[in-house]
Design a protein around this ligand. Structure first.
Ligand SMILES: Nc1ncnc2c1ncn2[C@@H]1O[C@H](COP(=O)(O)OP(=O)(O)OP(=O)(O)O)[C@@H](O)[C@H]1O
Length: 287
């Protein structure tokens, strides 16, 4: 169980986090929010890389303020930008992380390295220098290292950035399995990543917790607000009352989906909202 209590962070005069309270239990917890909402700040504080201005976080009952070393022993962390020594290979990086996580038995470290390289589909690149790997492959090394040492909480800051569709799917399946035995906090801009793997979600905006609920509740925010129908392709020239969610051109006409409180055009019908619709509705349109 992770408890975030009255957490605030001030960067000079900017309030990056404002009295955030949140409880996270086992499973996958999604963290959503627009650019600059405070997601990475919250994750860096959880990973004990930065002190909060006020408040505390308890991870497995250890305080990030008074017991940072104990906290570090029970967490894994993928930062938003995973930069490591380009001369090292994935095996060397995971071995180093394994030692840091207290896996002193060499055979046990090797088993875990094999397991996680297989999980992120990097066995073929195990002994190649990082500088020769693609961005997506490096990101997968970052994901693997976050799971080394059986952490109780894994903090993943934008883990799917740079992953191709196949690897994104593999990642989702992998964390669905891992979420059965540990807590995983995952921040992303890709709302569909959250939809397929998380049940509980939090939304941050301007450093404040806007929502702490479930996927279904977030979808509900756009209930009776998503409209769809065919319009002339000139429709957008005069469109202003609502948020355009998607367009699909069909000759001189197009099919549009619009987020609006009122019916936006004659012939529009209400449709089932997606999670992304709910998220946009919560943020007040396109934010
Ligand atoms: N070191 C810093 N010094 C000053 N301000 C900072 C610093 N780091 C972040 N900020 C500011 O704090 C706010 C929150 O930043 P943070 O990186 O936590 O947001 P985020 O939700 O992770 O955004 P993104 O989705 O763009 O990565 C932003 O307004 C940012 O400009």
């Amino acid at each position: 169980m992770i408890e975030i209590k009255n957490l605030s962070k001030l960067y000079k005069h900017h309030k990056a986090l404002q009295s955030v309270n949140l409880e996270i239990s086992n499973g996958i917890y999604g963290l959503l929010g627009p650019n600059g909402a405070g997601k990475s700040t919250l994750m860096r504080i959880m990973a004990t890389l930065m002190k909060p201005t006020a408040g505390d976080i308890f991870i497995d009952s250890y305080s990030i303020n008074s017991d940072p070393e104990k906290v570090r022993s029970v967490i894994g962390y993928l930062p938003q930008h995973f930069h490591v020594y380009p001369q090292l290979t994935p095996v060397e990086i995971l071995d180093f992380v394994g030692v840091m996580k207290g896996i002193h038995n060499k055979a046990e470290r090797r088993d875990q390295i094999d397991y996680w390289l297989n999980e992120v589909n990097l066995k073929k690149k195990a002994k190649e220098k990082l500088k020769t790997l693609s961005h997506g492959m490096k990101q997968r090394v970052g994901i693997a290292q976050a799971f080394m040492g059986s952490p109780k909480l894994v903090i993943l800051d934008e883990p799917t950035v740079g992953l191709d569709p196949e690897e994104r799917l593999r990642f989702r399946n992998m964390i669905s399995k891992e979420g059965l035995t540990k807590s995983i906090l995952l921040s992303t801009h890709v709302v569909t990543d959250i939809e397929s793997s998380c049940y509980d979600i939090a939304v941050l905006q301007n450093g404040k917790l806007l929502l702490d609920s479930t996927i279904e509740d977030l979808k509900e925010k756009a209930c009776n607000k998503v409209w769809e129908g065919m319009v002339a392709s000139t429709f957008l020239e005069s469109f202003s009352d609502g948020t355009l969610l998607s367009t699909e051109y069909k000759g001189s006409h197009m099919n549009v989906r619009i987020l609006a409180d009122e019916k936006p055009f004659y012939g529009a019908s209400l449709v089932e909202p997606t999670l992304e619709d709910g998220y946009l509705a919560l943020l007040g349109g396109t934010n």
